[in-house]
Design a protein around this ligand. Structure first.
Ligand code: NAD
Ligand code: DAU
Length: 352
């Protein structure tokens, strides 16, 4: 692996992945980050990476993965031999309101990349596809998702991710593309767009605003600190068996209400006096998400046995780091919320 195309590198997990690979692994090649810069993509996340690593070890190109010509040019010009595919529309609520972009980017965009990768089979080392545990649907009170759990996606988002997983697998079987797929549970950590539960709750609680909990807050998610996800992806890329799928999870199941209460209590301790009374008082139960999956829980024993991967962070240590990051990066939060970083992008890269 010398020239790795990272798609969606300006989003939450992609940003953390690029930072991890360049700063914490022995990789000595180049990462080529291709991102359309939707509302969720912010190249400012990687401004210091540009200073340190551009152009030998890092390059950024603003492009849409659905643009066949642009992507073919990038593959050829940068002699791409490996793909790590994060780019997607990622927010379930948005997929319920406006599914079109999910079908376009998640399905057609992945198809486009596979078609181009197929034309470079001679030098392709790996196409790694990042996916989600949501493709498996919802669990009842017992059991875990394994790599052989049947797909039963319930939202337009998870259905679009399921379709992309199937395409990747089909290109492996039909055309011999060297692929791996990872299906991961809920991530949290630095640089997460504050529409997702954890950053939304941290910021609202800091500001004394209401904390919206869907339904009764009984839905269960399996939380994983984002750096642990990045470690897993890198391990799979290095040593994973081609053609295989790996589940990644935190062994950290919590009902949403418990998660929100824990964040409130931690903030009461970490930032005392900034809010009158306990922050738990801010919790507001709101209308439930349609088709809301009850429970996700991942069995990651395959990854553990084959690649010796385990989460390094507990929820207590991970959430503390996350809260500290959001407190220390209020300017980032303000800019992301205002959409102001788009003018920063224009200053840096022009209008196109
Ligand atoms: P994100 O929404 O924070 O970032 C997505 C990035 O993709 C953004 O930078 C955006 O600009 C870019 N993008 C969107 N459409 C594009 C297009 N057409 N062309 C090029 N770039 C485009 O998402 P995330 O939370 O970082 O998720 C990354 C990947 O991980 C996704 O594939 C998601 O399905 C998967 N995943 C996420 C989680 C999670 O908890 N966040 C868990 C498991 C899997
Ligand atoms: O499981 C992996 C998935 O996790 C990823 O594939 C998705 O890209 C990612 O967005 C995430 O999906 P969720 O829907 O689980 O994440 P979200 O942060 O939107 O919601 C987490 C839980 O909290 C979910 O049960 C819905 C609930 N929720 C969410 C929001 C935004 C609330 O109760 N209130 C809220 O305001």
């Amino acid at each position: 692996m010398q020239n790795i195309l990272v798609t969606g590198g300006c989003g939450f997990i992609g940003t953390n992945f690029i930072r991890y690979v360049l700063a914490e692994t022995d990789f000595d090649g180049r990462l080529v980050n291709v991102d359309k810069l939707t509302y969720a993509g912010n190249p400012e996340n990687l401004a210091d990476i540009v200073q340190t690593y551009y152009p030998q070890r890092y390059a950024f190109i603003q492009a849409d993965i659905c643009d066949r010509q642009a992507m073919a040019g990038i593959f050829a010009n940068f002699e791409i031999d490996t793909v790590c595919h994060f780019a997607a529309e990622s927010h379930v609520d948005r997929s319920i309101v406006a599914p079109d972009a999910f079908i376009k980017t998640n399905i057609e965009g992945t198809f486009n990349l596979l078609q181009i990768a197929r034309q470079h089979l001679d030098r392709l080392v790996l196409f790694h596809h990042i996916s989600t545990d949501e493709v498996y649907g919802s669990l009842g009170a017992d059991g875990y998702f394994t790599e052989t759990t049947p797909y039963r996606p319930n939202s337009p988002y998870s259905a679009s991710k399921a379709a992309s997983d199937h395409l990747v697998r089909a290109y492996s079987r039909t055309y011999g593309l060297p692929v791996t797929i990872s299906n991961c549970s809920n991530n949290y950590g630095p640089y997460q767009f504050p529409e997702k539960l954890i950053p939304l709750i941290i910021l609202n609680a800091l500001e004394g605003q209401s904390l919206p909990v869907y339904g009764q807050g009984l839905n269960i998610r399996d939380w994983l600190y984002v750096r642990d996800h990045c470690r897993a992806v890198w391990a799979i890329m290095q040593k994973g068996t081609r053609g295989e799928t790996y589940n990644v999870g935190g062994r950290c199941e919590m009902a949403n209400l418990e998660t929100v209460r824990l964040i409130c209590d931690m903030l009461d301790e970490m930032v005392p006096g900034s809010h009158p009374g306990p922050r738990r008082d801010l919790i507001t139960f709101v209308k439930d998400r349609p088709g809301h999956d009850l429970r996700y829980a991942i069995d990651f024993s395959k990854l553990q046995k084959e690649l010796n991967w385990c989460p390094a962070e507990s929820f207590e240590t991970g959430i503390q780091k996350t809260i500290q990051w959001y407190i220390a990066n209020r300017e980032w939060v303000d800019r992301v919320r205002s959409g102001e970083y788009m003018s920063w992008v224009e200053q840096q890269y022009g209008n196109g």
